[in-house]
Design a binder for this molecule. Structure first.
Ligand code: THG
Length: 341
């Protein structure tokens, strides 16, 4: 990521690999990073969220072929959270789509190879569209004070951006797009850096503007995102998971054109009713767990009913919490047995 040198200088202690890149997770004080996200403002190097760019006369057509969410009313400057599915209706990514022009779109992707997929589909369908990974790297600014920091840099207009809408801008000659977005429910923005040589300069601009608000470095926060119910593609999903099973059914429109990949399967799944759904789970006992994708079995009356896909100690509840991907017959309030540790 163009922010890597800054992140190392800040003392990054934990990272993962995401889209074949380093995704910083923590700077050694997870407790502080969590409470700063809830009460203040944090900045995250999320350059690993790569853009798959569709450009050309058939870009919009390809975007709709790739996603079962209705994009016909998507405006220039608007973003949308969209499922991407394979022909069996299985979720293969959950990007944010940004429409920059009628003939220019970005899928800001989660951790799977959509670049190859999009190219293959475009070629097979004979579409006039160029697919590339442009020099674009997001920096997330999250938390209740994010608006104050971002507006102090770009101006008060950022407050008028609606959720997932964005505008192209620049700061000290550095080209960016500013979007109201981010992988938390604490509010904030993502700044899409459009010149990878300027990462250190952009990081410093935010660090200095954020000083008055005690901005600190962090990373996508596992505890907050589980408390907020945000899905992690590839972690909370497996190779058999469809969007209905992970609360993305509201982003599937069954009346999209028939040439949308997976729509026939999704219509069938919707008609039959998905087999599983995701519920939040609170564990009664146990010391704080290390966060992880466990996929440990969950039992009801001795019978396996699903999986605990992830588990994390909640700073707010002082209990371990997670997501239960379980059979539809399991309801809110059921008692299940989890085996962890
Ligand atoms: N930023 C950018 N790209 C990304 C992510 C990101 N691509 C992959 C991954 N993260 C996408 N995942 C999500 C999931 C949920 C949300 C954002 C990114 C989100 N959801 C809101 C909610 O659930 O309440 C709103 C959804 C809606 O109503 O449309 O914000 O972090 N650039």
């Amino acid at each position: 990521s163009p922010f890597l040198n800054s992140v190392v200088a800040e003392g990054c202690t934990d990272a993962s690999v995401y889209n074949r890149m380093i995704l910083p997770a923590s700077f050694g004080n997870k407790n502080k990073e969590y409470w700063d996200l809830l009460n203040g403002v944090v900045m995250w190097d999320v350059g690993a969220e790569r853009q798959v760019q569709l450009e050309g006369p058939d870009a919009g057509k390809l975007a709709q072929i790739l996603s079962p969410r209705d994009l016909s009313k998507c405006k220039i400057g608007q973003g949308k959270y969209v499922p991407l599915c394979n022909h069996d209706g299985i979720l293969i990514n959950d990007p944010i789509l940004l429409k920059l022009r009628e003939d220019l779109f970005w899928f800001s992707i989660a951790d799977s190879d959509i670049w190859f997929w999009a190219r293959a589909i475009a070629a097979e369908r004979g579409l006039d569209v160029k697919i590339s990974e442009p020099d674009v790297s997001p920096l997330a600014v999250q938390g209740p004070k994010a608006g104050a920091v971002v507006s102090s840099i770009f101006g008060d207009w950022v407050h008028d951006l609606k959720y997932f809408w964005f505008a192209e801008s620049e700061i000290n000659g550095i080209p960016v797009a500013v979007q109201r977005s981010g992988w938390s429910k604490q509010g904030g923005f993502e700044i899409y850096l459009r010149d990878g040589t300027q990462g250190t300069r952009l990081w410093t601009i935010f660090k200095e503007a954020g000083r008055a608000y005690d901005i600190g470095p962090g990373g996508p926060n596992w505890c907050e995102r589980v408390e907020s119910g945000l899905v992690s593609y590839g972690g909370d999903t497996d190779t058999t998971t469809n969007p209905f099973e992970v609360r993305m059914g509201k982003y599937v429109n069954l009346d999209v054109p028939d040439d949308t990949i997976g729509i026939a399967a999704l219509r069938r799944i919707a008609a039959e009713g998905p087999r599983r759904h995701t519920l939040g789970i609170v564990l009664d006992a146990g010391d704080p767990v290390r966060p992880g994708f466990l996929w440990n079995p969950l039992y009801r009356d001795g019978r396996k009913v699903g999986d605990l896909t992830n588990c994390i100690f909640s700073y707010r509840l002082h209990k371990n919490i997670g997501f239960a991907l379980v059979a539809r017959e399991c309801k809110v309030g059921d008692r299940l047995e989890a085996r962890i540790g």
